[in-house]
Design a protein around this ligand. Structure first.
Ligand code: PXG
Length: 440
């Protein structure tokens, strides 16, 4: 079969977060997908070990979601988003609020994780402003955190490569230390027992800067992009305790962790820790239509709304906030999660993934394996003088053997769709193991 890309001019499309020159020399194209499988332009079938990119939690092109989008597109493609609404967005907001823990009852819609993060940061600033604490403008992020590609998210993010070309970013950001430690945590199953004390660094940051300057702390419950860095037992609880004590808002960036990745609707439920603001995207629609949302506790919204002198209480939003197609896709995705019991299923598959991944411990160059929920990572020793090369080659070798994983430097991440069969979860790990055997 001729490869589709032979007929394509690859020049104009500038791919995101991609080695464009290498890609265009050896393009990999997906032309269709269904359930846990994707098909390439040269007719090969791949098992999707990454749920798209942490988003297709219900598998690809779930008929229920496809039909909901189709019907919504025919009925109402778009309704003005400012000073006007449409029913599906209200239903979705109500449903998300009901799924969320505690009083995370206000839902602000966006179109991506990056927009959710920027929105959450602005809500935090507006909250303190409304309460007469305008000096609280500083944000605390974390080393190796990823919060999207907006200026806000890049600023609180802790990945040097994502920041180096873009100047000063938000002026007032401090970073907590990251939580992963090979010496104390290597080959942990689930949450490592060592490391809760790393949250105490927040006390030092608060003391040095004074609480009255700090608006919010933002962390991913587990860091996804950096390679599945699992929070130590007690760590998130301690962040909650310190932030509460100092009047600082706690934001959980749940773009990856919400909608079943951890066997619960939100990581906040899995870890028994309720933040003030939660950002989501990705799995909210099962990846079928772009959408994000920010869930906000009653007190935070009320402070902003009650203090407003303008009729418009919060000067922020997007043309496509609560877009009808996205809202319809999200309602259908939530139906699928519920009716197919996918969050419980993720919980059941967690042990299967854990055993399968940790079975790779003796493979060459493996320095760590870690997992939580339906996510895991295998960390490889970097090749001398060529960091990231081994990870990239592992991705390529797994692809050639029929499984999609994700390489971030020398860390291989996997996050199977929640609909995956036990055998498929095992296949993802065994194929990755075979790929590792291919590498020097
Ligand atoms: N926050 C978190 C925690 C994320 O993981 C974003 C925000 C930004 O979302 P958008 O929708 O704007 O991309 C993300 C995105 C990877 C990978 O390789 C992870 C993401 C995106 C692309 C690749 O792990 N997460």
């Amino acid at each position: 079969m001729t490869r589709l890309h032979n007929e394509l001019d690859l020049d104009a499309y500038w791919l995101p977060f991609t080695a464009n020159r290498a890609f265009k020399a050896n393009p990999r194209l997906i032309v269709s997908a269904s359930g846990t499988r994707c098909r390439t332009d040269d007719g090969r079938e791949l098992l999707d070990g990454m749920s798209g990119l942490w988003c297709c939690n219900a598998g690809h092109s779930h008929p229920r979601i496809v039909e909901a989008i189709r019907r919504q597109a025919a009925e109402l493609d778009y309704a003005m988003a400012f000073q006007l609404g449409h029913p599906t967005a209200f239903r979705l907001a109500e449903r998300l609020a009901a799924m969320a823990p505690a009083d995370l009852n206000a839902v602000f819609f966006t179109n991506s994780g990056s927009e959710s993060v920027d929105t959450a940061l602005k809500i935090a600033l507006a909250y303190h402003h409304a309460r007469g604490e305008s000096s609280r403008t500083r944000f605390v992020g974390r080393e190796r955190g990823y919060h999207g590609a907006g200026f806000g998210g890049t600023s609180v993010g802790g990945i040097g490569n994502n920041r180096k070309a873009f100047g000063a970013h938000l002026p007032d950001v401090v970073h907590l230390p990251q939580t992963h430690d090979l010496e104390h945590q290597a080959f942990s199953r689930g949450q490592p027992t060592w490391g809760a004390h790393l949250a105490d660094e927040l006390e030092r940051i608060v003391a040095v800067n004074h609480p009255s300057t700090i608006a919010a702390v933002i962390v991913e419950p587990f860091a996804g992009s950096a390679g599945v860095l699992v929070p130590p037992v007690g760590y998130l609880e301690r962040l909650r305790e310190i932030t509460t004590r100092h009047g600082i808002l706690l934001i959980f960036d749940e773009v990856i962790t919400a909608f079943g990745r951890l066997g619960t609707a939100f990581a906040a439920q899995r870890f028994g820790t309720v933040p003030d603001i939660v950002t989501v995207a990705k799995g909210i629609t099962g990846g079928a239509v772009p959408m994000g949302a920010v869930l906000v506790r009653d007190e935070v919204r009320e402070a902003i709304v009650d203090a407003a002198r303008d009729p418009i209480e919060f000067f922020h939003g997007y043309t496509y906030s609560g877009h009808p197609l996205a809202s319809a896709a999200a309602m259908a995705a939530l139906d699928v999660y519920e009716e197919e019991g996918l969050f419980d299923r993720a919980r059941r598959l967690e042990g299967v993934l854990e055993d399968a991944l940790h079975g790779l411990a003796d493979k060459r160059n493996v320095v760590d394996i870690r997992n939580i929920g339906l996510a895991g990572a295998v960390e490889l020793r970097p090749r001398n003088g060529a960091p990231g090369a081994r990870g990239g080659e592992a991705f390529g070798a797994a692809f050639d053997r029929g499984v999609l994983v994700r390489a971030t430097g020398d860390i291989i991440a996997v996050a199977p769709p929640l609909v995956a069969l036990e055998e498929e979860v095992e296949t993802i790990a065994s194929v990755l193991g075979g790929a590792l055997d291919d590498l020097d």
